[in-house]
Design a protein around this ligand. Structure first.
Ligand code: PLP
Length: 414
C-alpha cells in the first residue's frame, strides 16, 4: 500500500464530500442543521416516511439530520463502504453494534487486546446472556479455536491500544468469510488514512471519530460503516420489519433503528460539523504524526534508560511484517517501558511538551502511565493477559516539531 497514491483519493473525496448532495445557497460547508422537527408538504410522504416507502427525508433529529447525514456520507467514502451510522461517541457506536446485532445465547469472539472501555462493555454484554471469549487475535488459530456453533461475530482492533499488537486482520477476515460470521474491525487508531478494513474482508468498521478523524481533541463522535461484504439475509438476528429493501442495507437499518432511534446515542449536528472540519486534514496529520512517532520510537529504542518500545513499524515489533504489509504508516500511537519503573513519575513530570492526559489522537502529544490509570480497574491479572507491564507509558504523538519533542524526552530521561 502506498501512502501518497492512497491518500490522494482519500483526501480528494474528503474535502469535496460535503458538496455531493448540493449545499444550501452554494455554501462550501454543510450547514449545522439544528431543527429537531422536519415537516412534510404532503401527509402521504409523512406516512411513507414511517412505512419506509418515502426515502430521502428527515423526520426527527434523534435518527439524524442533514448535517450528520453529510458526515455519514463522508465516512462511507473514506472507508470505501456502502453506508454509515454516526453516534455521539465511539463507545456509542460499539455498544449499538453489539446490542442490536447479538442476542442472548449468542457467542462473540473478541480480541484480548482492546480499548479498556470496550473490554468493560464485553462484561456488560456477558451479563445479558451473550457469551464472550477473549483470545489472542494476533493468531488466527486462536480465533478459529474459539468458534462455536452459536458464534455470530468476531471483534478486533487494528493496532491495539496501548501495547500496539496487530491482529491477524487478513487471516481473521478469511476465517469469518468461510464461517459466515460478522467481522467487526475497530479502525480508530489507524483510520482510513492508513488502512481500510474492507481490504481484509471486514463486515463492519468502527471509528471513534473523536480520535484520528476529528483529530483536534474538541469533538466526540463515533461511526459504524458497513463495507457491503456481509450477507445479511441468512443472519438470524435481523428483525422481520427490517427485512425489506436492498439486503445490503439491512444491518445498518437495524443499527440505526434500534441503536440510534431506540437507544438515543445521537451525534449532534454541531459535533458532526466540527468532526467534518477536523477530518479535512486527516491524511496530512496522520502522515506527519506517524513520521514523528517512528522517529521518536527509534530514538527511545536506542536510549539506555529505555527497556522496550512498542511501535509496529519498528523491526523489533512482533508483528512488524504484518503491519508494514497492511498499513501505510505506523500511526501516532506508541508505548514504552523504562528500565527502572520506579523513575516513571519523575520522568513524566520532567516532560514539558507532552500533556499528561488520558486521551488519544490530538494535535498535541499526550502521555500517560497505563497500569495505574486507564487499566487500574482491570486489575493486575487482566493487565498481564493484555501484555501491559506495570511501568508501561503510552504516547499519542501530536503535531509538535520532531526535534523539539525528542529534545524534551532527552532532557526528561537524563
Ligand atoms: C477511544 C476509543 C474508543 C471509544 O471512543 P470514544 O469516542 O472515546 O467513545 C473505541 N475504540 C478505540 C480503539 C479507542 O481508542
Amino acid at each position: 500500500m502506498h501512502l501518497s497514491a492512497d491518500n490522494r483519493a482519500l483526501s480528494t473525496d474528503n474535502v469535496h464530500s460535503d458538496r455531493r448532495f448540493g449545499v444550501e445557497h452554494g455554501g462550501i460547508h454543510k450547514p449545522i442543521h439544528t431543527s429537531v422537527q422536519y415537516g412534510f408538504d404532503r401527509v402521504e410522504d409523512l406516512i411513507g416516511a414511517f412505512q419506509g416507502t418515502y426515502k430521502g427525508g428527515y423526520q426527527y433529529a434523534r435518527q439524524g439530520t442533514p448535517t450528520t447525514a453529510a458526515l455519514e456520507a463522508k465516512i462511507t467514502a473514506l472507508e470505501d463502504g456502502v453506508g454509515t451510522v454516526c453516534f455521539a461517541t465511539g463507545m456509542g457506536a460499539i455498544a449499538a453494534t453489539l446490542l442490536t446485532l447479538l442476542r442472548a445465547g449468542d457467542h462473540l469472539v473478541a480480541s484480548r487486546y482492546v480499548f479498556g472501555n470496550t473490554n468493560s462493555l464485553f462484561g456488560t454484554v456477558e451479563g445479558l446472556g451473550i457469551a464472550v471469549d477473549k483470545v489472542d487475535a494476533c493468531s488466527v488459530e486462536a480465533v478459529a479455536a474459539a468458534i462455536r456453533p452459536e458464534t455470530r461475530m468476531v471483534f478486533v482492533e487494528t493496532i491495539a491500544n496501548p501495547r500496539t499488537q496487530v491482529a491477524d486482520l487478513a487471516g481473521i477476515g478469511q476465517l469469518c468469510r468461510e464461517r459466515g460470521l460478522i467481522y467487526v474491525v475497530d479502525n480508530t487508531i489507524t483510520s482510513p488514512a492508513l488502512f481500510r478494513p474492507r481490504a481484509v474482508g471486514a463486515s463492519l468498521v468502527i471509528n471513534s471519530l473523536t480520535k484520528t478523524i476529528a483529530g483536534h481533541g474538541e469533538a466526540l463522535g463515533g461511526a459504524v460503516t458497513d463495507t457491503g461484504l456481509f450477507d445479511w439475509p441468512p443472519y438470524p438476528n435481523i428483525f422481520p420489519s427490517y427485512r425489506n429493501g436492498d439486503p445490503i442495507g439491512w444491518g445498518l437499518l437495524q443499527i440505526r433503528k434500534k441503536g440510534l432511534r431506540d437507544m438515543g446515542g445521537t451525534l449532534s449536528s454541531d459535533q458532526a460539523h466540527r468532526i467534518s472540519i477536523g477530518s479535512e486534514t486527516l491524511a496530512l496529520r496522520v502522515k506527519q504524526s506517524s513520521s514523528t512517532a517512528l522517529a521518536l520510537a527509534r530514538w527511545l529504542e536506542r536510549h539506555p534508560k529505555v527497556d522496550a518500545v512498542h511501535y509496529p513499524f519498528l523491526p523489533s515489533h512482533a508483528e512488524h511484517e504484518r503491519a508494514t504489509n497492511l498499513f501505510a504508516a505506523g500511526s501516532w500511537l506508541l508505548s514504552f517501558e523504562l528500565r527502572d519503573p520506579s523513575s516513571m513519575v519523575d520522568v513524566l513530570n520532567r516532560l514539558t511538551l507532552p500533556i499528561k492526559a488520558t486521551g488519544l489522537g490530538d494535535t498535541r502529544t499526550l502521555i500517560i502511565p497505563v497500569a495505574p490509570t486507564i487499566f487500574w480497574e482491570a486489575g493486575p491479572e487482566a493487565r498481564a493477559a493484555m501484555g501491559i507491564a506495570e511501568g508501561l507509558i503510552r504516547v499519542s504523538v501530536g503535531l509538535e516539531d520532531e526535534a523539539d519533542l525528542i529534545a524534551d524526552f532527552d532532557r526528561a530521561l537524563q
